[in-house]
Design a protein around this ligand. Structure first.
Ligand code: B1M
Length: 174
């Protein structure tokens, strides 16, 4: 939080002010991914007792995956079986994962332009008759609790460790 994520915030600020461009953001992303490789075994080791299957992805139109990958690590650390659907994930892929037994769906987005794709994915899950079978959690920098409620998600988590706690809570109350 204090080193890698703080550095990423700085990269974002510099991009906004026009001092950095997409190549610099990409370099920063590669450095962050390299750092996360070292952290993964430590995060996964902090395993707490839990069970459940969760499918997670970055929504359609969005290619950012660093935050989503951190959430995956924390979920694995919490003992979840995680189906990582990757980036630019269509509603159909989320639906297939629910049909394959995912009890929780996690959606991530970093772009304000793709936030609405979370709502349309939830609508598609409803149309497929699967909404009652699954808990939906959402997260990502432009989101908040109010937006999660507005689009009909079951919960919002501001960071990776609270995402794992939230998934646990939702399954316990299921
Ligand atoms: Co882009 N980008 N980017 N980018 N990028 C942002 C998001 C932006 C805020 C930069 C800026 O303008 N300041 C801006 C979005 C503005 C907006 O939407 N209003 C932006 C833009 C504009 C773009 C492009 C459109 C740029 C362009 O091409 N002109 C383009 C979009 C491409 C696309 O997706 N279609 C683009 C591309 C890229 C790169 C490919 C270069 C690269 C991504 C590489 C990658 O992910 N593999 C990149 C990066 C690195 C960033 C910034 C600098 C950093 C993002 C990041 O990784 N943060 C970002 C600026 C910023 O955030 N300061 C920016 C660290 C990460 C750990 O945090 O993802 O928030 P975060 O995840 C957190 C929480 O949000 C939460 O937990 C995580 C850990 O605590 N969380 C969840 C996340 N998902 C969750 C899910 C949950 C629960 C919690 O439950 C399921």
């Amino acid at each position: 939080n204090q080193a890698l994520i703080a550095a990423m915030s700085e990269v974002g600020k510099r991009y906004e002010s026009g001092d950095f461009f997409v190549p610099e953001m990409l370099i920063a992303a590669r450095a962050m991914q390299a750092g996360l490789k070292h952290l993964k075994p430590l995060l996964v080791k902090s395993k707490i007792k839990s069970a459940g299957k969760i499918a997670i992805g970055t929504v359609k139109g969005d290619l950012h995956d660093i935050g989503k990958n951190l959430v995956v690590m924390m979920l694995e650390g919490a003992g979840f079986e995680v189906i990582d659907l990757g980036i630019d994930v269509s509603a159909d892929k989320f639906i297939n994962a629910i049909q394959d037994g995912a009890q929780v769906v996690g959606m991530s987005t970093l772009l304000t332009t793709t936030m609405a794709n979370m709502q349309s994915t939830i609508e598609s899950i409803k149309e497929a008759g699967l909404r009652e079978k699954v808990k939906v959690i959402v997260g990502g920098a432009p989101l908040n609790k109010g937006y999660a409620e507005l689009i009909g998600a079951d919960g919002y988590a501001p960071d990776a460790s609270s995402a794992a706690r939230l998934a646990n809570q939702l399954l316990l109350n299921h």
